[in-house]
Write a protein that binds this ligand. Sequence first.
Ligand code: ADP
Ligand code: MG
Length: 237
Amino acid sequence: DPLLPANAPIGRTNDGAFSPYSGCKLFAQMPLSGRTKDGLSDSEYTKMTHIQRASLPHSLCGRDILGAAKTGSGKTLAFVIPVLEKLYKERWGKEDGVGSIIITPTRELAGQIFEVLNAVGKHHDFSSGLLIGGRKDVGTEKEHVNDLNILVCTPGRLLQHMDETPNFDCSQLQVLVLDEADRILDVGFKQALNAIISQLPKHRQTLLFSATQTKSVQDLARLSLKDPEYISVHEKS
Ligand code: ADP
Ligand code: MG
């Protein structure tokens, strides 16, 4: 697949983009807010994994990312950190509503991401919500969803809010994350995802992560990625 060259060297992507932070190995060396740095060290995250080292220099300056690295390689922090940093730089607050949406295929994964987000983001003031099917009463969620800054959701539940929640507003969305993107872009979620994407503003940062390389040009087109950085990591992190 010409879209995703294997083993792009750390920090340098297929189109040769380079960042002054490309050689960094520690979170402490990265241009992160003190709040995020404190959250990371509270959780005892010190050294970046390979996918974090390769993607953060680009995602932190607002670029779209198409990242592939195997399960267990630390993809969650590779998107949670840029989400926190973007909203912090924008001085996002309660009145600003939904600033970031993180979509993942299963409730279980959503729960895990939510935990990491709240641990690493604990020194920030953002509100976050877990929008997943089944567990909670959707009625109560509807009353609060517009007060949430960061949504972690499964596609079905997010679409339910888009369809049913009065005044559900994501017109100010800054960062969209698709976790396990290959699974979300697959046929099973195709309709839901198309419906979701069509209701999101196009001017945003999009971070796409998966265990395998995302294949079709069509998929990427419907996500309106802007000149994304293709980052593919195969080595052990
Ligand atoms: P993936 O989404 O790629 O499958 P996860 O984000 O779930 O991987 O991370 C896998 C494990 O690695 C988790 O237990 C996580 O806490 C841990 N981890 C992630 N990044 C780091 C890091 N920089 N330092 C130490 N452990 C990390
Ligand atoms: Mg993951």
